[in-house]
Design a protein around this ligand. Structure first.
Ligand code: ZN
Length: 232
């Protein structure tokens, strides 16, 4: 495809696989990240490392990989009382959603991503949203994203396409997708450089990467890895 994609790239496992997916398909790929006062800035810090390794180890991808955009969305921190941005326990809140939920966060991200894509001439937006390991985030639902695509196209008078390659696959299949896209080299980048742990732990190395091993994000990642290893 001769077109440009903008990947919502957080430095986590899912968005790294989405970045590889886009690099495999589009002629030009740019990345965007959002700094919103995450309690653990470690995920954002991983982004540069991941991009450097993709550039260094995948020459075909390096040729397509364009600029990285980081937007300051600290305003989200001032309007949210959540576990990621304040010292609140990570648990299921009274709304039935995890306290890690920043209301409407992905809608905000997609709006800003759309604005940057508009300026950069990118038609395709790529995000790692997923309904399969559903943690209750309503703005990760397929319907929310399809509605968002229509809203962006009407509001910006464009024909954006929002791609969510992980929407209907589980974490084991996400690892398998990484392997299909970039082999063991990409698996190694994901294990060593991507971050999922809610507690920002980078000191403890597991077969699936770094993290506390206890929080919901670590549990999900570990379970996915086990499923991936068990695949025939
Ligand atoms: Zn953890």
């Amino acid at each position: 495809m001769t077109e440009t994609a903008l990947v919502l790239f957080s430095g986590g496992q899912d968005s790294t696989v989405c970045l590889a997916w886009a690099l495999d398909r589009f002629a030009a790929v740019e990345t965007i990240g959002f700094d919103y006062g995450q309690r653990h800035i470690v995920e954002l810090a991983c982004r540069g490392q991941i991009i450097d390794r993709l550039r260094g180890q995948f020459p075909a991808w390096a040729a397509r990989l364009g600029p990285d955009h980081v937007l300051d969305l600290g305003i989200l921190n001032t309007i949210s009382e959540t576990a990621l941005t304040r010292e609140v326990a990570i648990e299921t809140g009274e709304t039935g959603l995890p306290t890690t939920f920043v209301p409407g966060r992905n809608l905000v991200f997609l709006t800003f991503a759309g604005a940057v894509a508009y300026r950069r001439g990118a038609r395709h937006l790529v995000g790692g949203m997923c309904e399969t390991d559903f943690s209750g985030y309503p703005d990760c639902r397929d319907d929310s994203l399809k509605a968002m695509q229509i809203a962006l196209n009407l509001g910006m008078d464009r024909r954006f396409v929002i791609h969510t390659p992980l929407m209907w696959i589980d974490k084991a299949a996400t690892w398998a997708m990484a392997q299909a896209l970039g082999g063991e080299a990409l698996i190694d980048v994901i294990v060593e450089e991507t971050h999922s742990c809610y507690h920002g732990v980078r000191e403890k190395r597991h077969p699936w990467g770094y993290g506390c091993g206890q929080c919901p994000a670590c549990e999900l990642r570990a379970r996915g890895w086990t499923g991936f290893q068990a695949r025939p």
